[in-house]
Write a protein that binds this ligand. Structure first.
Ligand SMILES: Cc1ncc(COP(=O)(O)O)c(C=O)c1O
Length: 400
């Protein structure tokens, strides 16, 4: 049977990782894959996670299944975290309107959500930004949904084309369609909507009867927890229905544990009861019980004052390190010809920025300088450090 299969190209980012790994230049700079790196280039386990793991090791008595929608404490504490704003808690009324399920990472959450859309509205089109995370279209379209693209990042101004985005959706999307938006730290551009634009977008979605699907993969790594959830909270306040795919891969550094959450804010509690049963049934058909370990750690961290404070400190440290690197790179690029990039790199949020480089320029940085970024010019700022930023800026300016 398998002799008829045709080989598939590995994902471009995986090929880039392999190429960087094989480069023996001790001064190579890896700005490729979307994993946070500390100053020494490591992706270490957070202290809060280690402490929660230690506690779990001492107290866990069974590895029996937890439940089809995962750990209740995880789901509820995550919803309080991402929707609760400064209060850190949502109302019982809102909680009752939400159907949620633990998922295998943000990717698993996106896919569960796509399957739910397919069950509820098989003819809906899911609109994604141009550009967007490379896996959005494969993940969502493989649930059998139609996909559309809306303009978002302007590679000349290095900002968001908000008016074009709204005009395009207004002209092309039909009532009942789904619009995937990045809650913060847009991947790959780092260019986020302003609070005023989120306000406008929420009204637009209601007016056009469009359903927002918020991908929240970098919560806490942009400007701060409250700032990073502003758009999501605004949508939940204004729109009758909202979908959320949240990941704990980056902000808890739990990448390989695969921790994510799909949450669907419904119009009323009766609909939420039905949506919960649907999410459970979809999960059952795909993976049955979700993995528990990472989600239990998140629940334990968020539910314990000491561990939570430790995690908030570590999250702040990661965020501030990236803000500082952005500032340093911006200063180094702020010379004739580099001003637009310098301003954008400083203002953008999270791990990524997309530099206005051609494929040839990105490849030249790889071949001549051992600086690794995707062909599209996306850099992971956390891959830089204060020792290599002067060389990085010089190399970028030299290929421009
Ligand atoms: C925008 C975006 N969404 C979702 C994900 C999924 O993350 P994971 O499945 O590793 O939790 C990523 C990962 O890079 C991402 O960048």
């Amino acid at each position: 049977m398998f002799e008829y299969l045709v080989p598939r190209q590995p994902d471009a980012i995986i090929a880039l990782m392999q190429q960087c790994k094989a480069d023996t230049n001790p001064d190579k700079i890896d700005l490729g894959v979307g994993v946070y790196k500390d100053d020494a280039g490591g992706t270490t386990i957070l202290r809060a996670v280690k402490a929660a793991e230690q506690q779990l090791w001492n107290t866990e008595t069974t590895k029996s299944y937890v439940g089809i929608r995962g750990n209740d404490d995880f789901r509820h504490s995550m919803l309080d975290l991402i929707l609760g704003g400064d209060a850190g808690k949502i109302s019982t009324d809102l909680m009752d309107r939400i159907a949620s399920a633990q998922a295998a990472g943000g990717s698993g959450a996106l896919r569960l959500g796509a399957e739910l859309i397919k069950s509820a509205a098989p003819d809906a089109t899911v609109w994604v930004s141009t550009p967007t995370w490379a896996n959005h279209i494969p993940l969502i379209s493989s649930a059998g949904l139609k996909m559309g693209k809306y303009p978002y990042y302007n590679r000349e101004t290095l900002g968001v084309d908000f008016e074009d985005m709204v005009a395009h959706l207004s002209a092309k999307a039909k009532a009942g369609d789904v619009v995937l938006v990045h809650g913060c730290c847009h991947n790959p551009s780092g260019a986020d909507l302003s609070p005023a634009q989120w306000d406008q977008l929420a009204d637009f979605f209601v007016e056009k009867d469009l359903l927002p699907y918020v991908d929240l993969a970098y919560f806490g790594l942009g400007r701060g927890m409250s700032e990073d959830s502003y758009g999501l909270r605004k949508l939940v306040e204004i729109c009758p229905e909202v979908m959320i795919a949240a990941s704990c891969s980056k902000n808890f550094a739990l990448y390989k544990e695969r921790v994510g959450l799909i949450a669907v804010v419904c119009q009323d509690t009766d609909t939420a009861v039905i949506a919960r049963s649907q999410l459970g049934s979809i999960q059952r058909k795909i993976i049955s019980m979700p993995p528990d370990h990472g989600a239990k750690l998140v629940a334990d961290i968020l539910g314990d004052q000491k561990l939570r404070a430790m995690w908030v400190d570590e999250l702040t440290e990661m965020r501030e390190r990236m803000r500082d690197l952005r500032k340093q790179l911006s200063e180094a690029l702020n010379v004739q010809g580099g001003e637009t990039i310098a301003a954008a790199v400083k203002d953008q949020n999270g791990m990524f920025s997309t530099l206005p480089l051609s494929v040839d320029q990105a490849r030249k940085l790889r071949s001549d300088f051992s600086i690794y970024m995707t062909d599209s010019g996306r850099i992971n700022i956390a891959g830089a450090n204060n020792r290599n930023i002067p060389r990085l800026a010089e190399a970028i300016l030299s290929v421009l």
